[in-house]
Design a protein around this ligand. Structure first.
Ligand SMILES: Cc1ncc(COP(=O)(O)O)c(C=O)c1O
Length: 404
């Protein structure tokens, strides 16, 4: 018999890089989760924008079970049918002509950054390695990606960071023009900055990034790890901006909860510079992950599902703004599809984390994006009933937390 475990075992056995809430979810269905005591929660976090089709979606269960009975893992000495089908679908639906599969967002960005440097060094020599990135951005937890990410707290105290990385403020055109030059190999940006507050980048700034990258033959990398796969109501957020990147990275919602990441690019960039042996991954493109991701992709790429995301997002934003007014708690509610950032008023600065616990007590699981933003990222197929029940519980949480 398996031993009985509880939240306290986390402190006893786990490396304490996380500080999980007291709730231990044991089962999920749609946008509902149940904990060890049988209490139900509306899931407004979707595993940090990952379970794009909710929990236990029948189509994903079928895809997983069918593939599990065929073959789980074969290594990249062989290719496999689910990976080939998924890659073909990603290419057909986007600007991309080549796909590299990996297991996470950080690995997708690691691949993108290595590819951008390799391309520039191959073409122009060893000086062209500068990467322009933005303060407040987040690109993952490998040492290269935390160094490129614009939050020093994640990369400090671990010895020297990789050289050639320049951080500037988002929307600071003058700083951007000063920073970009002949040695720039890449500009990396999240089209909607997720971890620091669900902040959309202005299309005209993205256009400037595109123009400067083209002028200096640098790769424009869009990190769509969080903004991709239908989250914003477009299949990928770049599709709403009129700006096309050279490399796009994604993960999170791509696998609907099964770990998978992908780097998408053009044939010209991939074929000339990422030749056999230059980069790789043991698990990347694993048939189980790709089978689930393919089934996920078939659903989230449908125009009807994306239209529903936009409709429900507008409804959620309207209700959240009304809740913000009722309790005087939010300074702004930003909506990028079913991905919403409720920015706390200055008098509640730093309290987003504490609110997360209060929301769980009211039966709704939310996220934060930095200390001042309550972030909501629901399943893309959340039902109207689940959404309204979650918003009712969110309202109760606000009443208890802000009006008490
Ligand atoms: C924009 C962005 N890039 C990269 C990552 C890293 O992804 P992962 O945690 O799968 O490595 C995240 C994760 O939050 C993210 O939001």
């Amino acid at each position: 018999m398996n031993p009985v475990v509880s939240r306290s075992d986390f402190d006893r056995y786990m490396v304490p890089v996380f500080a999980p809430l007291s709730v231990v979810p044991v089962r999920g269905e749609g946008s509902r989760l149940w904990d060890q005591q049988g209490r139900d929660y509306i899931d407004f976090g979707a595993g940090v924008a990952v379970t794009s089709l909710g929990h236990a979606h029948p189509v994903l269960l079928k895809a997983l079970q069918e593939q599990a009975a065929k073959v789980w893992h074969i290594s990249n000495y062989y290719t496999n049918e689910p990976a080939l089908r998924l890659a073909a679908k990603l290419c057909a639906a986007t600007f991309a002509e080549r796909v590299f599969f990996c297991n996470s967002g950080a690995e997708a960005n690691e691949a993108a950054l290595k590819l951008a440097r390799k391309r520039a060094v191959d073409k122009y020599g060893p000086e062209k390695i500068d990467i322009i990135a933005f303060n407040g951005s987040f690109h993952g937890r490998t040492f290269f990606t935390v160094s490129v990410g614009g939050q020093a707290k994640y990369s400090s105290g671990m010895g020297p960071n990789p050289a050639g990385i320049v951080h500037i403020d988002l929307h600071d055109e003058a700083a951007l023009r000063r920073a970009v030059g002949k040695n720039t190999c890449a500009i990396i940006v999240e089209p909607v900055v997720g971890e620091s507050g669900v902040v959309p980048v202005k299309p005209e700034f993205l256009k400037l990034l595109r123009d400067l990258a083209t002028e200096h033959d640098a790769a424009l990398i869009f990190d769509e790890v969080q903004s991709g796969n239908g989250r914003t109501g477009a299949l990928y957020a770049y599709m709403n901006t009129g700006v096309q990147p050279d490399i796009l990275t994604t993960a999170k919602g791509l696998g609907g909860g099964f770990p998978i990441g992908a780097m998408l690019t053009t044939a010209a960039i991939a074929d000339a510079h990422f030749t056999p042996g230059v980069h790789g991954s043991t698990f990347g493109g694993n048939p189980l992950a790709c089978a689930v991701a393919e089934a996920t992709f078939d659903i989230i790429s449908s125009p009807e599902v994306l239209a529903e995301v936009r409709r429900k997002a507008a409804h959620a934003a309207t209700r959240l703004r009304a809740i913000g007014e009722k309790y005087g708690c939010f300074q702004e509610v930003r909506e990028s599809g079913l991905w919403l950032g409720c920015e706390l008023k200055p008098e509640y600065a730093g309290r987003a984390g504490a609110f997360m616990g209060a929301a769980a007590e009211s039966g709704v699981l939310v996220l934060v994006a930095g200390p001042n933003v309550v972030r909501i990222a629901t399943s893309l197929v959340i039902t109207d009933e689940e959404l309204d029940t979650g918003l009712d519980r969110f309202d109760s949480a606000c009443q208890r937390f802000f009006a008490a």
